[in-house]
Ligand binder design. Structure first.
Ligand code: 5GP
Length: 196
């Protein structure tokens, strides 16, 4: 099933030189094949069994700490890449985290710029999965209190069905309009060329 497609990068990273950005004994870092922001990577811990929910996996403090170090490293890479590709930006904004209900069955942490300005962002679900509480910031994981994972996932799933809200402005279900706004905001926030 396509839900197991991320496993191929863990099993044979050498087969995917265009996708694999970093390969270490414990992690493989890949480019998201359908990036939802200008820059979008996935950090995959190699040792976690498929079908493990990330919140279960990160109950292992040792794995969480190792992953935190790798996420930090990738965040720095993203900042450097942003400046290299967009010329210059005073404030590169980056978000790192997991989806409450992941669609892919190997644990992965998204490390991405926050713009959501991408041709691959095609619907409200895509938008809400990265801009509501459905996206769980990696650093909040140790303090999350989730007594029942199943019940929590059911309630979290409602968040992706809500209105599209861009920086406090409610776009309802008007995805195309919201997308234009995201693209404009991103364009305005990035200054092309070397600043004086
Ligand atoms: P999830 O919703 O499971 O947290 O996100 C899974 C991510 O994996 C999505 O952002 C999606 O674009 C990405 N993805 C899905 N299939 C592939 C693939 O075959 N290769 C890569 N590199 N990324 C993928």
């Amino acid at each position: 099933s396509w839900k197991y497609a991320l496993g191929q990068y863990i099993k044979s990273p050498e087969k995917f030189p265009n996708d694999v950005t970093l390969d270490t004994p414990d992690f493989v870092v890949i480019k998201d094949a359908f990036p939802k922001s200008h820059i979008h990577y996935l950090v995959l811990p190699k040792a976690v069994k498929p079908d493990t929910h990330p919140l279960k996996a990160f109950e292992d403090d040792n794995l969480y700490e190792k992953t935190r170090a790798m996420v930090e490293k990738v965040e720095k890479m993203v900042a450097v890449e942003f400046i290299r590709t967009k010329g210059y930006s005073k404030d590169v904004k980056i978000q790192s985290g997991i989806h409450s209900v992941p669609s892919m069955n190997h644990v992965h942490v998204h490390v991405m710029t926050t713009d959501l300005s991408s041709p691959r962002l095609k619907n409200r679900t895509h938008f809400n999965s990265f801009r509501t509480g459905f996206f769980v910031p990696f650093r909040t994981i140790p303090d999350l209190k989730v007594p029942s994972l199943d019940a929590w996932m059911v309630s979290q799933e409602k968040l992706i069905k809500g209105d599209i809200v861009v920086d406090g402005e409610n776009f309802g279900n008007k995805f195309a309009k919201a997308k234009r706004r995201l693209d404009e905001d991103f364009h305005k926030a990035t200054i092309h060329g070397i600043p004086e």
